[in-house]
Design a protein around this ligand. Structure first.
Ligand code: MN
Length: 250
């Protein structure tokens, strides 16, 4: 972990708690100001930060157009971060790592559920998307687990497309690692900004470690695809950095 990432995580965790690897890999790419060398007092916690994209807004065209990316990242995701920080002010969960927070909340924690989920889900989405030059195929342990769990990579993509297409209204399609059986991967979908980390909210058979998420809210695709959600999902599945997906497994 480099210094910048460590400082970022320390500020996120408030009391200096080291975050879990999934959180650090997703959230550690923000742009919080660094503590000056030799500073003796912790700066006020800046709360969670909007992570920068790892690519230009236009880099995913024509699969995702630059206008959609700008609005999605700069308005939607930024809004979740802002509202999450507001919901955490004075809250008992303030200073907790995001992954722990999501695991602990219940269905009535509406502000943290919607905005904590919104922040986590979008950070993961940006992480696993990639321009064509860096797109890849699953390999190594991930490829083995996909074959064991789905029969083939094609079957996994079919399952993701099916999960995304059958989600009524807004939500996400997920590739999830079973926390009790790490070799087992499964596909599911959740509504709104819920995700498989939310043990107090989603059904037991949906719970696990999300390693790939596809946003199927209309704001993710409507400018370019209108009602053709399946076309959008198929196109996005061709812009996945499977090395990043693999790195999110334990
Ligand atoms: Mn979205």
């Amino acid at each position: 972990m480099d210094k910048r990432t460590f400082i970022k995580l320390s500020s996120l965790a408030g009391a200096g708690v080291v975050a879990m690897p999934l959180v650090s890999s997703l959230i550690g790419c923000g742009n919080a100001p660094e503590t000056p060398e030799g500073a003796t007092e912790d700066p006020p916690s800046p709360g969670f930060q909007l992570p920068e994209l790892g690519f230009a807004f236009e880099a995913l065209e024509p699969v995702i157009d630059s206008k959609t990316m700008r609005i999605h990242h700069g308005k939607h995701h930024a809004g979740y971060v802002r509202k999450l920080n507001a919901a955490l002010e004075g809250h008992a969960m303030e200073g907790k790592p995001l992954e722990d927070l999501l695991a602990a909340i219940g269905p009535d924690d509406t502000g943290l559920r919607n905005n904590g989920g919104g922040h986590f889900n979008h950070a993961l989405f940006w992480k696993v998307l990639t321009p064509p030059s860096e797109s890849s195929r699953p390999s190594g342990v991930l490829a083995d687990r996909i074959t064991a769990s789905f029969g083939s990579q094609e079957s996994l993509l079919d399952a993701m497309t099916q999960a995304a297409g059958s989600r009524f209204g807004s939500g996400w399609a997920w590739l999830v690692q079973d926390e009790n059986q790490p070799d087992r991967l499964f596909v599911c979908s959740t509504a709104n900004q819920d995700n498989p980390l939310m043990k107090g909210i989603v059904d037991a058979d949906l719970q696990g470690r999300p390693i790939l998420g596809i946003d199927v809210w209309e704001h993710a695709y409507y400018l370019n695809y209108q009602n053709r959600r399946t076309d959008y999902v198929s196109a996005v599945l061709d812009r996945i950095n499977w090395s990043e997906v693999s790195a999110l497994m334990v």
